[in-house]
Design a protein around this ligand. Structure first.
Ligand SMILES: [Fe+2]
Length: 244
């Protein structure tokens, strides 16, 4: 499980990642444009409170479950748990006030899916988020394993890996590498998934930090941020994740 890090440690660690820019406030997180190779903005935070207590107090769930403030307010919590609860509610309000639609998710651990052919297309695989209009993804991990990023220069879109493209062509069936094949690739999200190069540089989104990352959308000025949900064993504690 990732441990929370100090703000100074996060600033230092993330300053070394070329695609990430560290900002100092929520206002800056929202207003800073993506430019050049910068496709991820991070507002590092050292959050007080016991988020593990919240995870422990929540009921068993079979699948990813969205929590609302009423669910949180119903939990019997110690003083440290109450501080964490107020933070979760405040963050949702912060994003909602910007016109976003945040979801606070309780994510139960899941063993990685068996090998999917020809390309994995779940969020535990390196991928980019896509949108039909200019939209960014906001996210924050509060507890449990955290989201990971990879440098764009260190990953290849699965449909551009020759062997993978050949195998996708076979799955598609008849016809050449034509427009309808490319439409099929998009319809199955194959063009949103990436294969890491050997020795790729990856980075952790850490705990408590609020991120805004670039999606793939028409007219985007920067390459989309490639990321994945962490792989967790079925024994792992559940994740608490804010996503919009
Ligand atoms: Fe994603």
């Amino acid at each position: 499980m990732a441990m929370s890090e100090t703000m100074a440690a996060a600033q230092q660690r993330l300053a070394a990642v070329p695609q990430v820019r560290v900002v100092a406030s929520f206002a800056e997180l929202v207003a800073t444009p993506f430019r050049g190779e910068i496709n991820a903005l991070c507002w590092p935070r050292e959050l007080p409170g016991d988020f593990g207590e919240i995870e422990q107090a929540l009921p068993d769930v079979d699948a990813i479950t969205s929590l609302d403030p009423a669910d949180l307010r119903a939990l019997p919590l110690s003083a440290a748990g109450q501080i964490a609860r107020e933070q979760l509610i405040a963050d949702q309000a912060l994003l909602s006030a910007r016109g976003l639609q945040p979801s606070l998710d309780l994510v139960p651990p899941a063993d990685p899916p068996g090998r999917q052919q020809p390309v994995r297309t779940d969020v535990g695989d390196w991928h980019v988020d896509s949108a039909t209009a200019e939209t960014d993804t906001y996210l924050c991990s509060y507890f449990g394993a955290t989201t990971e990023g990879i440098l764009n220069a260190h990953a290849t879109c699965q449909v551009d890996v020759p062997a993978t493209r050949a195998s996708l062509r076979q799955s598609y069936g008849s016809g050449g590498d034509d427009e309808s094949f490319r439409t099929w690739l998009t319809a199955h999200f194959y063009d949103l998934h990436y294969a890491p190069l050997p020795d790729a540089t990856t980075y952790s989104f850490g705990l408590g930090h609020l991120w805004r990352i670039a999606t793939q959308h028409p007219g985007s000025q920067v390459p989309p941020c490639i990321h994945r949900a962490p792989s967790t064993s079925s024994e792992a504690r559940r994740r608490l994740l804010l996503i919009s």
